[in-house]
Design a protein around this ligand. Structure first.
Ligand code: A3D
Length: 317
């Protein structure tokens, strides 16, 4: 049986961590493409040389030629500029659209049967563009944002409550922007609704609500918090790990339920746009979109987030 093959388009900060994680987990052979000569070759050589120490046995190759991505099962796209302090993700649309256009054409030509996971920002618009240009079916072109946004929300809750991050289940919906929708009502610690635990801690409903509101706000601005600290780029460890969880679920047909930027056709009242929702990811990519009830307040937040996605995506036309 042939080994799995993963192509990474973009060999920058996220690309490097993606390559190392693919190797450490032996997800398959990895080829990293970048337009900068020597960058992908150097990074892949650097990682490959530590195989004997880490004990992984996969082939790693850096390239400046799209032909080398042929036969890839999964392609992860991080090509594009990251934010600098003071910038919103949407400020990247012009420059990253041009990059995404070239990238999608390369994937279409050389890896026509692959599953694509886009990470480049502004995420919802870049996934839309990538699907349009490749013409791949919607189940094969998705975006990573919600796994990370949900992980950040879960981490803040675990730190606040003094519990293990492993026991918090949190989910965010909507676009990958400041209007994303962390769903408090569906967030739990070992199955116990998070608000009950906060109310128990503070013995005061109003204070518990205030603390949760601060965590929701921090989640929405979490990417910007990292950008402001780093000053030279944006988060890279966490988006890489998040995309690897999605990649692994597809390659190993795990059927994990992961918040995924998917093309919606009526779900949650959205038609014809890519938006973050929980999806089952398996050997066929998006195998199910999981729709569930939102109350009026949640639906209003979702509508606001979707409106922001629509106005950005429509500006591409
Ligand atoms: P960076 O370290 O700058 O890497 C980007 C790489 O893309 C560089 O190595 C460039 O040489 C390369 N590149 C530029 N143009 C092309 C091209 N035409 N073809 C191929 N490669 C090209 O950035 P990064 O890795 O930190 O971030 C990459 C992208 O991910 C940015 O757009 C970020 O905004 C985005 N990002 C998304 C999330 C999400 O959760 C969605 C989180 C963090 C960053």
């Amino acid at each position: 049986m042939a080994r799995k093959k993963i192509a990474l388009i973009g060999g920058g900060q996220i690309g490097g961590v993606l390559a190392q994680l693919c190797a450490l987990r032996e997800l398959g052979d990895v080829v990293m493409f970048d337009i900068v000569e020597g960058l992908p070759q150097g990074k892949m050589l650097d990682i490959a040389e530590v195989g004997p120490v880490d004990g992984f046995d996969v082939c790693l190759k850096g390239t400046n030629s799209y032909a080398d991505i042929a036969g890839s099962d999964v392609v992860i796209v991080t090509a594009g500029l990251p934010r600098k302090p003071g910038m919103s993700r949407d400020d990247l649309i012009e420059v990253n659209s041009k990059i995404m256009t070239q990238v999608a054409e390369g994937i279409k030509q050389y890896a026509p049967n692959s599953f694509i996971i886009v990470i480049s920002n502004p995420l919802d618009a870049m996934v839309t563009l990538c699907q349009k240009i490749t013409g791949f079916p919607y189940n094969r072109v998705i975006g990573q944002a919600g796994v990370l946004d949900s992980s950040r929300f879960a981490a803040f809750i675990a730190w606040e409550l003094g519990v293990s991050v492993k026991d918090v289940v949190a989910v965010t919906l909507g676009g990958h922007g400041d209007d994303m929708v962390p769903l408090v009502r569906y967030t739990s610690v070992c199955g116990i609704p998070v608000m009950e635990l906060l109310e128990r801690k503070y013995k005061d409903k109003a204070k518990a609500k205030e603390v949760m509101e601060a965590m929701v706000k921090r989640t929405r601005g979490a990417g910007g918090e990292v950008v402001a600290l780093l000053k030279t780029g944006s988060a890279f460890y966490s988006p890489a790990s998040s995309a690897i969880a999605m990649t692994e679920s597809i390659l190993k047909d795990q059927k994990r339920v992961l918040p995924t930027c998917c093309f919606l056709q009526g779900e949650f009242g959205v038609n014809g746009y890519y938006v973050g929702v929980p999806a089952v990811l398996g050997e066929n990519g998006v195998e199910q979109i999981i729709e569930f009830n939102l109350d009026a307040e949640e639906q209003a937040m979702m509508d606001k987030s979707v409106a922001a996605v629509k106005s950005l995506v429509d500006s591409l036309k």
